[in-house]
Write a protein that binds this ligand. Structure first.
Ligand code: NAP
Length: 250
């Protein structure tokens, strides 16, 4: 009997959940619980951490999970690392459902960085108007450059004071479009965009808008997930994941 744990929090996870539900699969959808009103899923849903890799391994055994699909955000590296360790410990096959990284094209002005800290360093010293399009995590590091005005786009209104002195917060949930993002950047006189290389369509409009407005983009590369060869095949489509579920050893 197949029983799937789908680690979610992305558009890809939601589309996979729809296909699994339509196929009548026995699957549990898991949210971290970061947003107040998560998208409703057509699968039984649990919310909250497992308690590290050991907690996840115990959950896999207790729930008789036979397959784990990691469809978390490419920057949710802690969860992905925990999944690798827990699946190894529990002997459960694991795959990652991950969208390809964005690539710079003609007309783009991207500066590639490999961490949040290097993105902070890449910002100018003179006051600028920055679209800090990285969600609500990692804002603290940008307090090292308090001279900038930061435009934040968040799903929920912040509950606590922000660690940055000059901010404007837009409350919005993707997907976003180029016309809207262009207007947003013009309205706030944005001079720089900071983005995580999430890939996918839902948040790509800001990059097209930046190109059209000739704005530089500081692009933060994805963290690595430590895994041995074959331990965590990376699949790029719902169809590939469904095929993997039939033959995980392939
Ligand atoms: N990081 C981003 O930029 C970003 C952007 C959009 C959406 N998201 C989504 O937001 C969630 C949290 O991201 P994050 O960067 O905070 O993750 P993270 O740093 O990798 O994970 C931190 C902890 O949150 C818990 N967790 C994360 N994803 C979970 C899930 N799907 N189900 C149950 N527990 C989960 C785990 O707690 P325990 O150790 O207690 O199990 C994990 O150790 C993820 O589901 C991700 O897909 C993240």
């Amino acid at each position: 009997m197949t029983r799937i744990l789908l680690l979610g929090g992305t558009t890809e996870a939601s589309s996979l959940a729809k296909t699994l539900a339509e196929a009548g699969a026995d699957a549990v959808f898991s949210y971290a619980g970061r947003t107040a009103m998560p998208v409703r899923q057509p699968l039984p849903t649990r919310v909250g951490g497992f308690g590290g890799s050991e907690g996840l391994a115990a959950y896999l055994l207790a729930e008789a999970i036979t397959h784990v699909i990691d469809a978390t955000h490419p920057f949710a590296a802690q969860m992905s690392t925990n999944a690798v360790q827990a699946c190894a410990a529990a002997g459960v096959p694991l795959c990652a459902f991950e969208r390809p990284a964005w690539q710079a094209g003609e007309g783009d002005s991207w500066l590639h960085t490999d961490s949040i800290e290097s993105a902070v360093s890449a910002l100018p010293d003179a006051p600028a108007r920055v679209f800090l399009a990285i969600g609500k995590q990692n804002l603290t590091q940008f307090a090292a450059k308090p001279q900038h005005h930061y435009l934040l786009r968040l799903v929920d209104a912040p509950e606590a004071d922000l660690p940055l002195p000059h901010t404007t917060v837009e409350i919005a949930r993707g997907p976003f479009d180029v016309a809207g993002d262009t207007a947003l950047m013009q309205r706030y006189g944005i001079t720089h965009v900071v983005a995580k290389n999430a890939g996918g369509m839902g948040a790509a409009a800001k990059l097209t808008a930046a190109r059209e407005l000739s704005l530089p983009v500081i692009m933060i590369g994805r963290p690595q997930v430590p895994a041995q060869a074959g331990q965590r095949p990376i699949l790029g489509s719902v169809a590939e994941v469904m095929a993997w579920l039939s033959h995980p050893a392939d």
